[in-house]
Design a protein around this ligand. Structure first.
Ligand SMILES: Cc1cc2nc3c(=O)[nH]c(=O)nc-3n(C[C@H](O)[C@H](O)[C@H](O)COP(=O)(O)OP(=O)(O)OC[C@H]3O[C@@H](n4cnc5c(N)ncnc54)[C@H](O)[C@@H]3O)c2cc1C
Length: 406
């Protein structure tokens, strides 16, 4: 079986669906290939700062998603072992937390059904010997020819490998994430609370007045290192063991976590210097977005928002490059293969140029936060100094970024 498509997007997560939707809003059709039988996004929920909401508004789904989440007023940081705390007010509408399933549903339901193909795992990509456009081979035996290929397939991206990008690195941290519903309402108000303990971070962020997203991030011991499970009971057991010094209400919340929402994950990242210097984010008519390009630690809560920004910036540049000249004569011209390569190459090159500084700075800030949080005293000091030099202590400055109009 052999098919030909103009634009193929590999991966139906936040990044792939947002890219397909952004392209659609520019009048450009694409097809998303997702390896799982259903669309899903592990990790229960996602914090979304104002920069992410701007991108969601450009995609036309901001309003309906705001209805499903509470505007949060402040971030409370507590260093338990030092008895120190800090409250950072959020700008109006600055931060909300979304169930990942709500985000995926909003993006997917804005696309025509035929734009998404589930149960389709790309296993190999090779250039067509005649045209040099990419040919995709799937586990299910399909051969799909694409003129444009966009890799939105997460940190272990098959498209990134075909572009020659090195594998991302792995942090030592483990993270458990979950969601708990309080049928009579919770008592956590509208604050995002982060409690830092010795080598452990526990966070609670309300999605609405009844639902809390929580996470435990810690540096594992040698026994934890071996833990790799999807069993909800085992995940709860591990989380409650880590939180044994916390109040009984916290333990109760973890025990009541929705089984489907629970996950235990390792953290991957690309180093800031790779993000700044790599020349493998784009080649000819293939490029990357989202975690496939710039997977980063969760310390800023920006990976998903950055993927939404990518979608807007890439689609804007592709649309501009493909339409060049049309405005003059109003005619839609059929482009030759060589002209497609030239125009898409220019559009993708501009996209990478526009995104590089942004993702390198996010990657750097996230990397420094990890150093401060889990490094030795010397690394902590280095991390703090570099953070002060580069970011002048303005820890939420990156959330003000505007990726521009679609
Ligand atoms: C602990 C933690 C907390 C986080 N918190 C936040 C937060 O608060 N805010 C925020 O903005 N971001 C956060 N992030 C980051 C965010 O989750 C990611 O950046 C985001 O999910 C990336 O989306 P993606 O679509 O690029 O990749 P993914 O979500 O990994 O999606 C990739 C998709 O591609 C599919 N796929 C993979 N390979 C293939 C293939 N070969 N063929 C077909 N399909 C394939 C996968 O099945 C998947 O559906 C957090 C991350 C972690 C680990």
């Amino acid at each position: 079986m052999e098919e030909i498509h103009d634009i193929v997007i590999v991966g139906g997560g936040i990044s792939g669906l947002a890219t397909a939707l952004a392209l659609q809003r520019k009048g450009i059709k694409s097809i998303v290939l997702e390896r799982h039988e259903t669309l899903r996004s592990s990790g229960a929920a996602i914090g979304m700062f104002i920069n992410g909401w701007r991108a969601l508004d450009e995609l036309g789904v901001g309003r309906r998603l705001r209805e499903k989440s509470l505007a949060l007023m402040e971030i409370q940081d507590v260093w338990i072992h030092k008895d120190v705390s800090r409250v950072t007010p959020c700008r109006k509408e600055g931060l909300r937390c979304l169930r990942r399933s709500d985000l995926i549903d909003a993006l997917a339901s804005s696309l025509p059904a035929e734009c998404i193909r589930v149960g389709c795992q790309v296993v190999r990509i090779e250039p067509d010997p005649l045209t040099l456009f990419p040919t995709l081979y799937t586990r299910e035996g399909e051969i799909i020819k694409a003129k444009v290929l966009i890799g939105c397939d997460g940190w272990n991206s098959v498209v990134a490998k075909c572009l020659g990008l090195a594998e991302p690195k792995t942090l030592r941290n483990l993270v458990i994430r979950g969601v708990t519903e309080f049928s009579k309402g919770h008592q956590f108000g509208d604050s995002f609370v982060r409690q830092f303990d010795d080598k452990m971070l526990f966070g609670m962020i309300p999605i609405d007045h009844q639902i809390i997203h929580w996470f435990v991030d810690w540096l594992p011991t040698s026994t934890d290192m071996e833990t790799s499970t999807r069993n909800p009971d085992m995940i709860k057991e591990l989380a409650t063991a880590k939180l044994r010094n916390h109040p009984p209400e916290t333990l109760e919340m973890v025990r009541n976590g929705e089984p489907d929402s629970l996950s235990l994950a390792r953290i991957r990242y690309r180093s800031p210097w790779d993000l700044l210097l790599s020349d493998a984010f784009h080649r000819s008519t293939t490029c990357l977005t989202g975690d496939a390009m710039h997977v980063m630690g969760p310390f800023l809560g920006q990976g998903g928002a950055a993927a939404l920004e990518d979608a807007v910036v890439l689609s804007r540049n592709l649309a501009m490059a493909l339409r060049k000249g049309e405005e003059d004569d109003g005619e839609v011209t059929v482009l030759s293969d060589e002209e497609i390569k030239r125009r898409v190459g220019l559009g993708m090159g501009e996209y990478v140029r526009e995104r590089r500084r942004r993702i390198a700075l996010l990657g750097l800030q996230s990397y420094l936060m990890d150093l401060i949080y889990s490094g030795s005293n010397v690394y902590k000091l280095v991390g703090l100094v570099v953070l002060m030099v580069f970011f002048r202590g303005e820890m939420l400055k990156h959330t003000e970024y505007d990726c521009g109009r679609l």
